[in-house]
Design a protein around this ligand. Structure first.
Ligand code: AMP
Length: 249
């Protein structure tokens, strides 16, 4: 069984994101970038399936600027077998990523594609669903457990108020939720080994995909500043402030 895993390069989740002065987006120069946390979970799950003999090959795919190769190297150091980089300096929106992934699926013919449920930069939560739509494949989104057999996969989904387990046919698109697993750290020997693993470079033009953005960002602004908290001496003072200042009771 072959697995394709999509890994996006995003601003590291520990970094405090700053909005550009002209409000066209967020500052990414001189900012630490890392693999999208949900994609780390996707890579971890694929590698566990490789280690337990369910999968025979894991291919990590990233799309975007040259430095996406670092993100692919991280996946390779975790244990993926090889990488594919679709190189472009243009903005990639979820539909474009889904179309590019579908072209790679045509070449690679994987049994399943595992993606993060959402990228923490655009918070779109669209790519996996769009990919399943473009391919006409089954989808199991927000997975907190995946049980793969030869032709089927049981996906336990995190939904409002509980868990839902569905059985879907392979080939399928699966997106990962937070509780699926705890991703490993790559060991130094594996980081060294990853340097020798293959990364094939492709382009949107070469794959025949029009990546022109369909949505225009009008502006990006900071969330309103939170006011500093205060300490109150007594419960009655608290009640008085909640009533008369905050107006919440
Ligand atoms: P989104 O729909 O943008 O929230 O992204 C959902 C998932 O799609 C991410 O967690 C990744 O697995 C995948 N994805 C989105 N953009 C890219 C990209 N540029 N390169 C690789 N994977 C991506």
């Amino acid at each position: 069984m072959k697995l394709l895993v999509a890994v996006k390069r995003v601003i590291d989740y520990n970094v405090k994101v700053r909005v550009k002065v002209d409000e066209t987006g967020v500052e990414t120069s001189n900012v630490k970038m890392s693999m999208n946390p949900f994609d780390e979970i996707a890579v971890e799950e694929a590698i566990r399936l490789l280690e337990n003999g369910t999968a025979s090959e894991v291919v990590a795919v990233s799309m975007g600027v040259q430095q996406c190769q670092e993100t692919i190297r991280t996946a390779l150091a975790m244990g993926a077998d090889r990488g594919i980089h679709v190189k472009t300096d243009e903005e990639l929106q979820p539909l474009a990523v889904a179309k590019l992934l579908s072209k790679i699926v045509e070449h690679e013919k994987p049994d399943a594609v595992i993606l993060g449920k959402q990228a923490i930069d655009d918070d779109s939560n669209q790519t996996g669903q769009m990919l399943a739509g473009v391919l006409g494949w089954s989808q199991g989104t927000f997975a907190s457990e995946i049980v793969l057999t030869n032709s089927k996969v049981n996906v336990t989904r995190e939904i409002d108020g509980g868990l839902q387990t569905i059985a879907i046919n392979l080939p399928a698109v699966i997106t990962t939720d937070l509780r699926l697993n705890e991703p490993r750290y790559a060991s130094l020997p594996n980081i060294m080994k990853a340097k020798k693993k293959e990364i094939v470079e492709m382009t949107p033009e070469g794959l025949g995909v029009d990546i022109t953005p369909r949505l225009t960002t009008l502006k990006v602004t900071e969330p309103p500043k939170r006011e500093e908290g205060i300490k109150v001496e007594t419960v009655s003072e608290l009640v008085e402030k909640l009533k008369n200042e905050a107006g919440v009771i």
